[in-house]
Design a protein around this ligand. Structure first.
Ligand code: ZN
Length: 429
């Protein structure tokens, strides 16, 4: 049932009243360099934060065998994090509403060259409306919003009249296995809400993502006999050119994929990292290129992986050098399908009303070309999966920042959403 106008007003005000604290906590999160494999301290902080509010707590490790056995499990490499997953659980006195998962990830991507940043990358500096730092937008602001949206209800003496799970995961930027582990652990609800930085819009459809490394081996010789050797770095550039052709073909097929027809370039292949060679005067004997490519929703990771492997093998067979030194393709991270949020769900209607009350304009939806943990809940929990969050700048880039006025508004949207979706009851004493 839609919230009455007085309650809406009180909820919006309660978020405003707690916002200074929310900003301070967001800043504390941003100041922790929670790079892949180094998320333990930030997960501990989240645990303390939730526990201090009286939530029942759960903390568990990722079950690598179970992940490997699940079709939604991404590939586990040596770089895979072993930080724990943290869940805080609110249980109502009377379960009369619809249950909810509020999810966020606290891993962040590498910050890049520090001398390119205006301030140190984990400064959490606030300048006007913007808070700066790696992970500020993606998605520490959202992680704090999950907690403070619930706090806002409590500030006016209310709590959700349904079970709410606050999940804090890792590995979102590399595999999505943290979110998958919450599913494998048995967690589910009537809906999930993930406040990723989505420009105050709802994600309608989302691509799947694959990571792979192409490993090339050359024939090392002194450069004076270069003609007798074979340069693995040169070979890598030829393979990269072939992958660009595959990317162009996948983009040319966009007309066959609902929600993607009108996008310029829905499928992005990124050659994200290159390593190779040992010495400027030696023909390089090795080169590895790390690639990330997206796939349309509805296509399985296995199917796409097979096409990539076959394509590189066919190209190698036609290349004078690679025919005798075929490259190896190793899938070493994301191995995830995309999803579509079907229109017409009640969860979306409730979000639409909450958004309109907080932001003052109708909710818009869009398609995004990045990996999102929402896929786990959409594909495997099979529940309405809402990804919606604040305005940001330069996520994964230099001088990443998040708009604080936008964070405040989306937190108001979230508090209103929770109140209507879960219903409310007076706070436990
Ligand atoms: Zn993110």
């Amino acid at each position: 049932m839609a919230l009455d106008a007085d309650l809406r007003k009180r909820i919006v005000q309660a978020v405003t009243d707690g916002f200074d604290d929310q900003v301070a906590f967001t800043q504390e999160l941003v100041r922790m360099p929670s790079l892949r494999g180094h998320e333990h301290p930030v997960q501990d902080l989240l645990h303390r934060m939730l526990q201090s509010r009286g939530y029942a707590m759960d903390r568990f490790a990722m079950d690598r065998e179970a992940i490997a056995a699940h079709p939604g499990g991404s590939k586990i490499s040596d770089a895979h994090s072993n930080a724990p997953i943290v869940v805080g659980i609110h249980r109502p006195r009377n379960e009369t509403g619809r249950s909810l998962i509020l999810q966020s990830h606290l891993d962040v991507v590498p910050e890049g060259l520090h001398d390119m940043w205006s301030d140190p990358p984990f400064s959490g500096k606030i300048d006007g409306d913007w808070m700066y730092g790696r992970g500020a937008g993606d998605m520490k602001a959202g992680a704090a919003a999950n907690i403070y949206a619930l706090d806002a209800l409590r500030r006016i003496g209310l709590q959700p009249a349904a079970t709410v799970y606050i999940q804090s995961v890792v590995e979102e930027e590399s595999t999505g296995n943290g979110a998958l582990q919450t599913f494998l652990q048995g967690y589910t609800a009537d809906a999930v809400f993930i406040p990723e930085p989505e420009e105050e819009m709802l994600v309608r459809a989302n691509v799947g993502v694959l990571w792979f490394q192409v490993q090339l081996r050359g024939v090392p010789v002194h450069v004076r006999e270069m003609g007798e050797g074979a340069n693995a770095i040169d070979a890598a550039t030829r393979v990269a050119d072939e992958l660009r052709k595959l990317e162009a073909e996948w983009n040319a097929d966009k007309g066959n994929h609902r929600h993607f027809e009108d996008l310029d370039h829905p499928i992005n292949l990124n050659i994200g990292k290159i390593e190779g060679g040992d010495w400027a005067s030696s023909v390089p004997s090795w080169c590895n290129i790390d690639c990330r490519v997206s796939i349309y929703p509805g296509r399985s990771a296995d199917d796409a992986a097979r096409e990539i492997t076959d394509r590189i093998a066919a190209f190698a067979a036609s290349d004078g050098f690679l025919a005798n030194n075929p490259p190896k393709v190793v899938f070493n991270g994301f191995y995830a399908e995309g999803y579509v949020l079907e229109e017409g769900s009640d969860a979306e209607a409730v979000l639409g009303r909450a958004h309109e009350a907080a932001i003052g304009a109708p909710l818009k939806s869009f398609m995004t070309g990045s990996y999102l943990d929402t896929r786990v809940y959409a594909l495997y929990n099979q529940i309405p999966a809402l990804c919606y969050g604040p305005k940001s700048r330069n996520i994964h880039g230099i001088d990443e920042s998040v708009s604080l006025s936008s964070v405040q508004k989306i937190t108001q949207t979230m508090a209103l959403f929770i109140a209507e979706w879960c219903g409310t009851e007076p706070v436990d004493d």
